[in-house]
Design a protein around this ligand. Structure first.
Ligand code: PMP
Length: 387
């Protein structure tokens, strides 16, 4: 019997065999010709995945938090004002990071768990005319809430505020058109929808963001994250020239280039559509069981993961029950309510078979509780959507 479990948490996710094989290639020098070529290709491909043809990509060894950190370190000068459009746990994290670099932060929170601050509330803040930068969490992984980046970025443009999107749980899964939507910086991490094992921080800075960085009057208050060092390195790799500041994560970058090639072979539009279709099938399945989502409405519900309240009489032991049925899912994350819900990731290389298996495992685990439902309803509802 196979002892493999299906990994359905919201990152790290399951990776394709070709990506994992690329991880296992013999490590070369970071200035070897074959590695320079692969790194150069990956940088070019990132522009297509972020949909930002004139952007400057940065690939650093680190997690998504480093991507958030490097953006704040390079684009904030002490005393500048920043607005955090907060839809959960990762908005709080961005507020803390910005404050660390001396920003005066307004943490604009949603009125309820599962909601996002309204466009009107954001506009009221921006009307003060004092903000230098605004951050938006595209999908907050703690709540599975999706934010309307397109309209928020439009407001950012209107009030001349630099727009930073934390796309850690969205990019390469959720529709995000960085250039068309006027997003100055978008960032993500390798282990989510972009489909590479954990360890890479990925940032795309539009020319507007690079201009703000170049206009700094004070030094960047983080040695490792300083774009003064990394910008020439990224430009050199793209020009297929050797360069060095800190040793790049050679094997992860092999894997990144392989995954980006797979993402672009599928195509961004079909990929967005696949995520929408599989999310709709999964959500139809859990709703057929009577489970309620954290997001307050379907237009605010992410396509990359779902967050679901435990039904009456069921607690966090359900996560263990689902594990025993062969599928790894995640518990809650948002302080105050984290005991009340669980999360399921459905991004990256996820297939309809994964969705059906996960719903089947949830049904099996729920059957062992006091909760009553008709076995098979979740799988049937999802199948109907998929057909
Ligand atoms: N932002 C969001 C939206 C995330 O989901 C995460 C990770 N779950 C992070 C930031 C931080 O990324 P990491 O854990 O890779 O540091």
């Amino acid at each position: 019997m196979k002892d493999r479990k299906l990994l359905m948490i919201p990152g790290p996710i399951e990776f394709t065999p070709t990506v994992l094989q690329a991880m296992g290639l013999p490590t070369t020098s970071h200035v070897a010709g074959n590695f320079i070529e692969v790194f150069g290709q990956a940088l070019v491909r990132l522009r297509d995945v972020f949909m930002c043809p004139d952007g400057q990509p940065f690939v650093l060894a680190g997690s998504g938090t480093l991507a958030m950190d490097t953006v704040a370190a390079n684009l904030i000068e002490p005393g500048e004002k920043a607005l955090v459009v907060n839809s959960g746990y990762f908005g709080d994290r961005y507020a803390a990071i910005l404050e660390r670099y001396g920003a005066v932060v307004t943490n604009l929170k949603a009125l309820a768990v599962g909601d996002v601050p309204s466009l009107e509330a954001v506009e009221r803040e921006l009307q003060s005319g004092t903000y230098a930068l605004m951050t938006i969490t595209h999908v907050d992984t703690s709540t599975a809430v999706k934010t309307d980046v397109q309209n928020l970025a439009k407001l950012g443009r209107q009030y001349n505020v630099l727009v930073v999107v934390d796309g850690v749980c969205s990019i390469a899964g959720e529709e995000l058109r960085q250039r068309d939507w006027g997003v100055d910086v978008a960032l993500t991490a390798s282990q989510k929808a972009i489909g590479v094992p954990p360890g890479l921080a990925l940032v795309m800075a539009a020319p507007s963001a690079i201009a703000k960085f170049r206009a700094r009057k004070s030094p960047v208050l983080n040695y490792y994250a300083d774009w003064t060092e990394w910008l020439p390195v990224m430009q050199a790799y793209e020009a297929r020239k050797p360069s060095y500041f800190g040793t790049p994560a050679v094997n992860l970058i092999w894997a990144l280039n392989t995954s980006l090639e797979e993402v672009l072979r599928e195509g961004m539009e079909p990929r967005f559509a696949r995520h929408r279709r599989l999310a709709a099938a999964f959500k139809a399945g859990v709703e057929a069981l009577g489970l309620r989502q954290l997001p307050v409405s379907s237009d605010k519900s992410a396509n990359t993961l779902s967050a679901l309240y435990y039904p009456e009489g069921v607690d966090a032991t359900l996560v263990k029950g689902v594990l025993d049925a062969g599928v790894i899912i995640a518990g809650g994350l948002l302080p105050g309510v984290k005991e009340k819900y669980f999360r399921v990731g459905h991004m990256g290389a996820v297939t309809s078979a994964d969705i059906i298996s996960t719903l089947g495992a949830i049904e099996l685990a729920l059957k062992r509780t006091t909760y009553r439902f008709n076995a098979g309803d979740a799988v049937r509802a999802a199948q109907e959507r998929l057909m």
